[in-house]
Design a protein around this ligand. Structure first.
Ligand SMILES: NC(=O)c1ccc[n+]([C@@H]2O[C@H](COP(=O)([O-])OP(=O)(O)OC[C@H]3O[C@@H](n4cnc5c(N)ncnc54)[C@H](OP(=O)(O)O)[C@@H]3O)[C@@H](O)[C@H]2O)c1
Length: 346
């Protein structure tokens, strides 16, 4: 087993929307990064990573398949920390959701944690989601939701809520892709399995969790990810209110920084809600309309998330670690300008 070096970390999903920002910030901080991609021969995945300052001497790329344990071992070898972001998240039609979405998400997390334990990794940061916090209708409506709040699996089962993977949720709603109904019904499992993974992992390896809201801001990858599709869809007139999963927005750079803060502060434990504020999707849509009157933004009702108490202090744990959240206006401006620059909007 290679000796783990303090400054070597592994980032799974390094070619993704959040992953690219995280790799960039880690390189800026002097880390050596083992970043994973799905296909080393695909320039769309590698080119942006290789262009970062410091990449030439301190970035190593690994091809992994989340279902292939050995491929993960190669990427984690020598690292003292792992950031586990890789997870399927798509807006394309999914023919076999069980195998294409759920298996890599769940088995992949277990594979990464197992490799981390076997290879003597000191700390693992797992990227979860606010979708492991909501929907939780029995939480008192006069108390802001916090890291203590867990997605209500029974409610999801009864209502067939498509909440835990927002991408499949809005794919189903906005693209009418009913092939996803099966995975949509079962997605509540992802939240519970993340919880289970967390519990068993606690006995194995030091693990800390980030729960981002809807991530927006400048896009580094050449392709658009699921959360940036959301703002694009809104501007294109989609009236979905994401009732069961929206909890607030967050700047992509802040999410990346949150991962580093919880990694470096070994006193940080458990989950970390990562939203600029706990807010309703209607607040977000109204702000987009105010900032961009040239687009015809649907007028949504004020309380698009019934029972969700708004709060400026939702991410107090991260604020206490020193994170200064980018305000909503800037998140929206950075997101929309990036969509324009990449040609998604005129
Ligand atoms: N964006 C949000 O609003 C948001 C909110 C909460 C939580 N999250 C979580 O944050 C993480 C990153 O999200 P993102 O928005 O950055 O998504 P993204 O842009 O779609 O990135 C996902 C990454 O995972 C990799 N990946 C997917 N399936 C894989 C597989 N089977 N084997 C190996 N690698 C695989 C992708 O590789 P390729 O580039 O090759 O496809 C990509 O690098 C995910 O865990 C997501 O659930 C995101």
């Amino acid at each position: 087993m290679a000796a783990a070096t303090a400054k070597v970390v592994c980032v799974t999903g390094g070619s993704g929307y959040i992953g690219l920002w995280l790799v960039r910030l880690l390189l800026d901080r002097g880390y050596t990064v083992n970043a994973t991609v799905k296909d080393l021969n695909d320039e769309k995945e590698t080119k942006h990573l290789e262009a970062f300052e410091g990449a030439e001497s301190r970035l190593r790329l690994f091809q992994i398949d989340l279902l292939n344990y050995d491929s993960i071992v190669a990427a984690v070898t020598g690292a003292s920390g792992v950031f586990h972001l890789a997870s399927p998240c798509t807006v394309s039609k999914v023919h076999d959701p069980e195998n294409e979405l759920l298996a890599p998400a769940i088995k992949g997390t277990i594979n990464v944690l197992t490799a981390a334990k076997e290879l003597g990794v000191k700390r693992v940061v797992v990227t979860s989601s606010v979708s492991a916090i909501v929907p939780s209708p029995s939480w008192p409506s006069d108390v802001p939701k916090s890291e203590d709040c867990w997605t209500d699996e029974e409610y999801c089962k009864q209502k067939e809520v498509r909440g835990s993977f927002f991408c499949t949720y809005f794919q189903d709603k906005c693209f009418g892709d009913h092939a996803l109904s099966k995975v949509a019904r079962e997605n509540y499992h992802v939240a519970s399995i993340l919880r289970d993974v967390k519990l068993f992992a606690l006995r194995w390896v030091d693990i800390v969790v980030v729960n981002p809201g809807t991530v927006m801001g400048p896009m580094l990858p050449p392709t658009i990810n699921a959360s940036m599709q959301m703002i694009l869809l809104l501007i294109q007139g989609c009236t979905d209110t994401y009732e069961n999963f929206f909890m607030g927005s967050i700047h992509v750079k802040d999410v990346a920084l949150a991962h580093i803060l919880v990694y470096e502060n070994t006193s940080a434990t458990g989950r970390h809600m990562c939203v600029e504020s706990i807010s309703h999707y209607g607040d977000f849509a109204a702000k987009v309309a105010e900032l961009y009157p040239e687009y015809i933004i649907p007028r949504l009702s004020k309380d698009t998330q019934p029972g969700l108490m708004r709060s400026k202090n939702g991410a107090k744990k991260l604020v206490d670690l020193g994170l200064e959240f980018t305000p909503l206006e800037q998140i929206i401006r950075d997101g929309v300008e990036s969509l324009k620059n990449k040609g998604y909007l005129s």
